[in-house]
Design a protein around this ligand. Structure first.
Ligand code: ADP
Ligand code: ASP
Ligand code: MG
Length: 392
């Protein structure tokens, strides 16, 4: 088979029920009518959270319940799916996971590198289950290790943890590399969220990053389209869980979708628009629990309404820098932003006036009391008066 690929991404809630896997199999079969399906999945619902908690429990030498919860959840789901014999590597994977957590408990240390390795188990387990669940439904999928294709690059000025837990993977075209791993299969199942550093260590694309994995694969594959299947019909004018009267946005351009995602519309990971936009690949958001319903199509900008939606984000820090020496001083903004780059602190919104710069930041490593943020404030104080307002 050499037909075009469609990338199908299914989030945590979608892969957590047998009915969800029925939809994944149906959608794969529909794609196979005139192409091939590259499926990307998240961990089962709550598993990534529980893995984080299991690390914290191990660090605190607290026997905890999280690892048992994770094990029971997967075993129960294997039984529910009726795929007991087909998932031979469930036991060794759970055993590896327990050993890593035991290491954390004994050393009372969980460096970012190890956290990434532990968190990646969620997607490793869900995709192993998934291959068997699809086989049960008559769809032969090839399991591909995402780490073999997605390699992170290092950004200037970044600290250790962002390299492992919020890594940046270049969006390139590489159909050949993907075909090599697909090895002739017309359905591939691979992990979201997980990538590899240049040194071959596990790294992650940030919480919620499976959408970005899927988009990176879509660009690599020159995919016909990317479908992100989740637990709502698509992108709404506000979070439908908070605002029941929010309306479904049927069509939206990449640019506005990118803004909404960056401003907190959690349905899409903020970095997932760039790879598809660069290749002009349409992105459809669809509801796994209502597969016949229409969704949102994100594509090239069209005539867009003035206000499409409102989104909300919490835990934001505002930094104000005031100085009169900014007026008419060439290069002031460059000097003001240099500490952000050098300390690896990502700036979000920026407003400037004749005498002040205000920037908002996402949570900074170590918090506002941490060394990184305090260094930043000290550097900015060399330029003017600084005040910090948080959490907004
Ligand atoms: P998945 O596990 O499939 O990746 P997520 O939980 O990450 O799903 O994203 C889906 C959720 O995003 C929805 O359940 C919804 O509550 C939330 N959400 C926030 N803002 C929006 C929005 N503007 N439109 C749609 N969903 C939104
Ligand atoms: N499982 C990961 C998380 O919960 C990635 C994802 O679902 O997108 O953050
Ligand atoms: Mg998500």
């Amino acid at each position: 088979m050499t037909g075009p690929w469609t990338v199908l991404k299914f989030g945590g809630t979608s892969v957590s029920t047998a009915a969800g896997w029925d939809v994944i199999a149906d959608r794969s079969r529909a794609v196979l009518r005139d192409g091939r399906a590259w499926i990307v999945t998240s961990a089962l619902s709550q598993v990534s959270n529980r893995l984080e908690r299991a690390i914290d429990e191990a660090l605190a030498s607290d026997p905890g319940t999280s690892i048992d919860w994770i094990e029971d959840r997967h075993r129960a789901f294997v039984r529910e799916l009726g795929i007991g014999d087909a998932v031979a590597d469930l036991d060794p994977a759970l055993e590896d996971l327990r050993k890593l957590l035991e290491g954390v408990r004994l050393t009372a240390e969980a460096p970012a590198r190890l956290r990434a390795k532990i968190l990646a188990f969620g997607e490793r387990l869900s995709t192993r289950l998934g291959v068997a669940a699809l086989e049960r439904r008559g769809v032969a999928a090839r399991w591909v290790d995402a780490r073999a294709l997605l390699t992170s690059r290092r950004r200037p000025g970044e600290g250790d943890s962002s390299r492992y837990l919020d890594a940046d993977v270049e969006s390139i075209r590489d159909r050949e590399g993907c075909e090599r791993l697909a090895d002739g299969a017309d359905v591939v199942l691979t992990q979201g969220f997980v990538a590899s550093t240049a040194r071959g260590e596990v790294c992650l694309l940030g919480r919620g990053g499976s959408d970005t994995s899927a988009a990176l694969f879509a660009r690599r594959l020159d995919a016909r389209s990317l479908e992100i299947w989740t637990d709502v019909h698509g992108m709404f004018t506000a979070d439908p869980r908070d605002i029941p009267t929010a309306r479904l946005v049927r069509r939206i351009g990449y640019r506005e979708a990118r803004e909404l995602a960056a401003m907190g519309a959690k349905v899409l990971h903020p970095r997932c628009l760039e790879p598809v936009e660069r290749s002009g690949i349409p992105l459809d958001v669809r509801n796994t629990f209502a597969p016949a319903a229409g969704g949102t199509r994100i594509w090239t900008d069209e005539d867009e309404p003035t206000v499409t939606a409102v989104s909300c984000r919490t835990g934001v820090t505002l930094v104000n820098l005031r100085t009169l020496s900014m007026w008419g001083a060439p290069g002031f903004l460059a000097r003001a932003f240099r500490p952000f780059e050098e300390l690896g602190v990502s700036v979000d919104l920026v407003a400037t006036s004749q005498s002040a710069i205000s920037v908002t930041l996402d949570p900074v490593e170590g918090g506002v009391g941490g060394e990184r943020f305090q260094d930043l404030v000290a550097r900015l104080r060399e330029l003017g008066e600084v005040d910090v307002v948080q959490p907004l």
